[in-house]
Design a protein around this ligand. Structure first.
Ligand code: ADA
Length: 572
């Protein structure tokens, strides 16, 4: 339902999209008044998925809010309900009883109601989108912090024995063939049962086993298979396979792509060919939809990325929609995925807060579990612009990079630094992203040359001269429509000049493996009269987009397109 392919052909699935009952709870009295049992009579309505901030009167509401809908069953059924993303901290109630809670606004969580009886059931969720000292992101963050159920809520009907998980790994075998191994997990919500399980890759059955699933327990099956002449996934060559586990009553499919990534001698290789990244940073945000980004617009953005001559995109700064990542898979575009530790204004003690570390680990685990099979994802990145000169960052980097390596040995572990000249965490990572804004926040854009020399020296001093380096952020603001003769700050002309000069410097530095321009499109900023942060964000937007917030191109878009499309990566 929420993927670009059928992840279930047998299992009944439907989204609970549409109008839900809705009530803000600014005094935070809902829990004490048991709103999960007695929803306020004077409630309004809110669309799901959506951000409440896009509704009149709720633009800057930060706090708790409650949603309610009904699920009507005509017969007894086992239900699995998945919230694909809810901003903030969510607590979920089924017929008045708490059944789930989840922290973090960009990854899914589910709960199961076994043997739900026929009749009308109440599904209630309280969510609080306030950010604080130990939330991720921290309460000072350079994007508008929306609230709401921002991605679909899905109801699936499960048989008593259902397929709980499907995980496929692969290695290079002899003569170009692939050795794939797949683990299928089944779970019982009832009695012990003997269940036949088949595994198909595209149309070919590559395994079948019958297994005993213990009552109210689970069991995992392993399958292995050799793929003789694999069609490798590559930039502009989106070779995809559907892998599907099935029983007589259930199924679960995912889409995979076979490709090999490695970093060596300062370069990044995909299928043994060096990659030079031509990318942009993309927030999944639009002023009229907030973070509840519609799939139709995602299609448009793929088209724009191709027109621009990109072969890659950085998902700044949080796990983005599965549908979006499916489209990247389908179009052979490379992807950098990360969790929302936005660190430019993150105090060092917060970096060392164990609550933040634990929450970061949960988010990394959920991100990798959800997106493990996507061939487009080359990088898992664990933080953005934290103070990587500090011991606290050293500890956090060791912890988070270690977790990524436990969960996935097939991709590169990355981060983005804003302290390239005195960064001390470089050694934990496979790839270093540098975010720097010469020509905008400080100095002249030509100073990038010195900055890079300084960074290469710093990396070498740490024994990391062989780590590939990407310029993961650089640029400047250009207000759409502000053009003229003089290179004024905030003019489209000056923005284009920064990018043209910076790209020339980076693309002629053999130690730079690619560029991700900040940013794809203008986004709303988090400016408040009572706080002085981000005051340079004219219009209350971050205006560094190549496009304005309505995806209209600026001069910078055209200048970058001429550079990105000049010599390589004919994506069409
Ligand atoms: C940082 C940060 C971005 C954005 C950018 C800017 O690099 O990672 O999210 O805030 O600066 O526009 O200043």
């Amino acid at each position: 339902m929420n993927r670009a392919f059928m992840d279930h052909a047998v299992r009944q699935c439907r989204n609970l999209d549409g109008l839900w009952d809705f009530a803000t709870d600014p005094e935070d009295i809902g829990l004490s008044q048991d709103w999960q049992k007695q929803f306020p009579d004077d409630h309004g309505q809110m669309y799901v998925p959506a951000c409440w901030n896009n509704e009149l009167g709720l633009y800057d509401y930060r706090g708790a809010a409650w949603y309610r809908t009904q699920v009507n069953l005509l017969e007894e059924q086992n239900l699995q309900i998945t919230f694909h993303a809810v901003q903030g901290f969510a607590e979920v109630f089924w017929d008045g009883e708490q059944v789930a809670s989840h922290f973090g606004g960009f990854t899914p969580f589910s709960f199961i109601v076994p043997h739900a009886v026929p009749g009308v059931h109440e599904l209630v969720i309280r969510t609080d989108n306030r950010l604080g000292e130990d939330t991720i992101p921290y309460h000072v963050v350079d994007w508008f912090h929306y609230g709401g159920i921002i991605r679909p809520v899905e109801v699936q009907v499960l048989p008593d024995v259902f397929i709980e998980g499907l995980k496929m790994d692969y290695t290079q075998g002899e003569g170009g063939q692939l050795e794939i191994s797949c683990r299928v997990t089944l779970r019982s919500l009832g009695k012990t049962a003997m269940v036949p399980v088949s595994l198909t890759l595209e149309e070919e059955t590559i395994g079948s086993q019958t297994v005993e699933v213990p009552a109210n327990g689970s069991v995992s099956l392993s399958f292995s298979h050799t793929v003789k002449n694999p069609r490798l996934w590559d930039v502009g060559k989106p070779e995809l396979y559907l892998i599907r586990a099935a029983t007589p009553e259930d199924d679960l499919a995912d889409r995979i792509g076979f490709r090999f990534i490695r970093a060596a001698e300062g370069k990044i290789y995909l299928n043994d060919k060096e990659v030079s990244f031509q990318g942009v940073n993309r927030h999944e945000e639009h002023p009229e939809w907030g973070f509840a980004f519609p799939p139709k617009l995602m299609m448009k953005e793929i088209g724009i990325l191709k027109d621009l001559g990109c072969n890659s995109v950085r998902g700044s700064h949080y796990p983005q929609s599965p549908y979006w990542i499916d489209l990247l898979d389908e179009n052979g575009l490379l992807y950098w995925s990360e969790i929302p530790i936005w660190g430019a204004l993150l105090p060092v003690p917060v970096i060392g807060n164990p609550v933040v570390e634990e929450r970061a680990k949960t988010m990394i685990t959920e991100m990798i579990q959800r997106d493990f099979h996507h061939p487009c994802i080359l990088f898992w990145s664990v933080h953005n612009e934290i103070d990587t000169r500090s011991q606290e960052a050293y500890h956090l980097s060791r912890s988070l990079s270690g977790l990524v390596r436990e969960l996935d040995t097939s991709r590169l572990v990355a981060y983005a630094t804003m302290h390239p000249l005195d960064d001390i965490v470089i050694g934990f990572f496979d790839v270093i992203g540098i975010n720097y804004y010469h020509g905008w926040y400080n100095g002249k854009v030509e100073q990038f040359e010195d900055m890079l020399q300084g960074f290469h020296k710093q990396a070498a001093s740490l024994g990391c001269a062989d780590k590939p380096v990407l310029m993961t952020e650089f640029g400047g603001a250009g207000i759409h429509g502000d053009t003229g003769w003089e290179p004024r700050l905030f003019s489209e002309d000056y923005q284009a000049e920064i990018l043209a000069t910076a790209l020339r410097i980076f693309r002629t530095d053999p130690k730079i493996s690619g560029t991700f321009i900040w940013q794809f499109a203008d986004i709303r900023g988090d400016l408040r009269s009572e706080r002085g942060f981000f005051r340079d964000r004219a219009r209350s937007f971050n205006n560094k987009g190549l496009l304005n917030e309505y995806r209209k191109p600026k001069l910078a878009y055209r200048v970058v397109r001429d550079i990105y499309r000049a010599d390589r990566y004919p994506l069409s």
